[in-house]
Design a protein around this ligand. Sequence first.
Ligand code: 4AD
Ligand code: MG
Length: 460
Amino acid sequence: MKRTKINLLLERDAGLEDVLVNGWVRTRRDAKTFSFIEINDGSALKNIQVIADATLPNYDDIRKLSTGSAVAIRGVLAPSQGGGQKWEIQAKQVEIISLAPESYPLQKKRHTDEFLRTIAHLRPRTNKYGAAFRIRSELSYAVHHYFRERGFRYIHTPILTGSDCEGAGEMFRVTTMDLAAVPVIDKHTDYSADFFGTEANLTVSGQLSAEMFALSLGDVYTFGPTFRAENSNTRRHAAEFWMIEPEMAFCDLEGNMDLGEDLIKHLIGFIMDHCPDDLELFARFVDKKLRGTLDNIVNSSFVRLPYREAIAILEKSGRKFTYPVSFGLDLQTEHERFLTEQHFKKPVILYDYPKSIKPFYMRVNDDQETVAAMDILVPSIGEIIGGSQREERLAVVEARMNEMNMEKEPYWWYLESRMYGSVPHSGFGLGFERLLMLITGISNIRDVIPFPRTPGSIDF
Ligand code: 4AD
Ligand code: MG
């Protein structure tokens, strides 16, 4: 007989004579002549209630079923006698697959997020984390759906790379050399002896590769893992995270902002439509203002403001910030959050940042002082998108690389794309986990990643 899932049963309009579900026991309550067993199989937030009658041949064992035990239930799907649920299963057979001992850590009580991080292998069995990871799955699907509907091609950009896209030097090294005997020439590591014959890293962004494909296939995107060895232990930074990176040929900064705004609104709307039960859990128990925040983002038009004007607003705000504010300094989370939460009370797209704080590939504006960069800031998170129009003029990008003392040789292929059929093009990176934090109200990035990697922490 074919097994089914609880989410499919709960949606049904009519009962069924014979169903088979597998799952884990959440609770068991015994009456005189039968037991109620609440089963969850991870397919939905809701459990299904099973009525196990004392006439079942293994009823003595059924009365020993503990929280966390695994069972297979065969029975009749029938309208529930009691309140609280539409359907219940009247069991014809309860097979005990495995009995969880009393040490099972997820007994029926509220656990802290901090504790649950120490049992990341079991936390997806809780209501909250089950919901978070179902939403994560739906959101991934929504990303591909969004781009495919709009004619974007999905490009698998490499994870192993020889270049540092962001130029921030926050890369994890990849090597097969014996670290106890690294070959050195003139006090420098001799990478010619290494696997690739040169330095290799985990990618911080797929952008440079995506640009090559935008300049070939038109509109493209990558969506994959990226890695940053930032030693910042914040609630918004992970060492391994996923980034959605669209790249569009024949597109300027304004078109780039339009896509970023539309993408964020669409993805939030998708989860509101497709994950109502899971989202309701977060709105009730995690962030009471969540509905308002999400409605506000979906329905507002984002403010678009040059960086220079944002600096003026911050300077005039009369706020005491921890970090200084002035033209030429990067904005910190506290500044970003002030702008989006207090001042404008909606998402803000800042653009035209000083070139001194941005990477080499961003297009230099006519003022020679700023670049066509754009960051999208949202309430409670701050920066969720970072992007730009790219510098398509060969001489200008070379001049920028010289200015920044970059070695040009490893980027020969990137520079060639500016020699042969170069066109204006633009793109951005949307932090997938930051979007999940926004959608669920979960305040720590460690709690939207199945097995998070942060400084000093690579368990599981
Ligand atoms: O602003 P970033 O550094 O932009 C880039 O890497 C560009 N090359 C992207 C592009 O234009 N194709 O990163 C983009 C986004 C940030 O806005 C943030 O949401 C997320 O990636 N992000 C992180 N998320 C979690 N942990 C980290 N350590 C992150 N660093 C960046
Ligand atoms: Mg950024």
